[in-house]
Ligand binder design. Structure first.
Ligand SMILES: [Zn+2]
Length: 173
């Protein structure tokens, strides 16, 4: 897929990603912390320096930018129309690094969640994402992945289950 993004969008994509402590990651951390989960950040002694490490659950969480990490079938996974070779190489390197980190961690007995940034665009999506992560943590499943489509029914703009979502928010607060 080829896409042309305007300058602003491009610079947003460039600035947000691969850096630590991006907005979506902070939002996720805050919500996790508010629910009582305790974690280490970017632990140097864990392969790939995951964004969150939850030793109690032997679990790590990566928050991945869709553009850089090439979230499959995601509307944010655009491909710049110029310098195709440059981007192709860059994306290929990112994908193979992610795969390597994934294999190293799971072989070492870590459980691994990938949270795509498209799942963290609204606060009620972040809450829904943390619901799902919390369920995964206690489930014992090895792997877990959340994208936009997994949290889409969580908010007022998201259709029928909106009312339900608001009610559960009210209960928790
Ligand atoms: Zn995505």
């Amino acid at each position: 897929m080829t896409d042309i993004v305007d300058k602003q969008t491009r610079s947003r994509m460039m600035s947000g990603i691969r850096g630590k402590n991006t907005g979506p990651e902070l939002a996720l951390r805050r919500e996790m912390h508010a629910r009582g989960f305790r974690y280490r950040l970017h632990a140097k002694d864990v392969p790939g320096r995951p964004d969150l490490v939850l030793p109690k659950y032997r679990a790590v969480v990566f928050v991945h930018g869709c553009f850089w990490h090439r979230h499959a079938e995601c509307r944010f996974t655009t491909t710049p129309s110029t310098r195709a070779e440059f981007w192709g190489d860059k994306f290929a390197r990112n994908i193979s690094r992610d795969q390597r980190v994934h294999d190293t961690l799971t072989n070492a007995g870590w459980r691994l969640a990938t949270v795509w940034e498209c799942a963290l665009r609204k606060s009620y999506h972040v809450e829904r994402a943390v619901d799902l992560i919390a369920a995964w943590l206690v489930s014992g499943d090895v792997e877990f992945e959340i994208g936009e489509t997994d949290v889409r029914d969580a908010g007022p703009d998201d259709g029928q289950s909106a009312q339900q979502g608001r009610q559960s928010d009210a209960c928790r607060k």
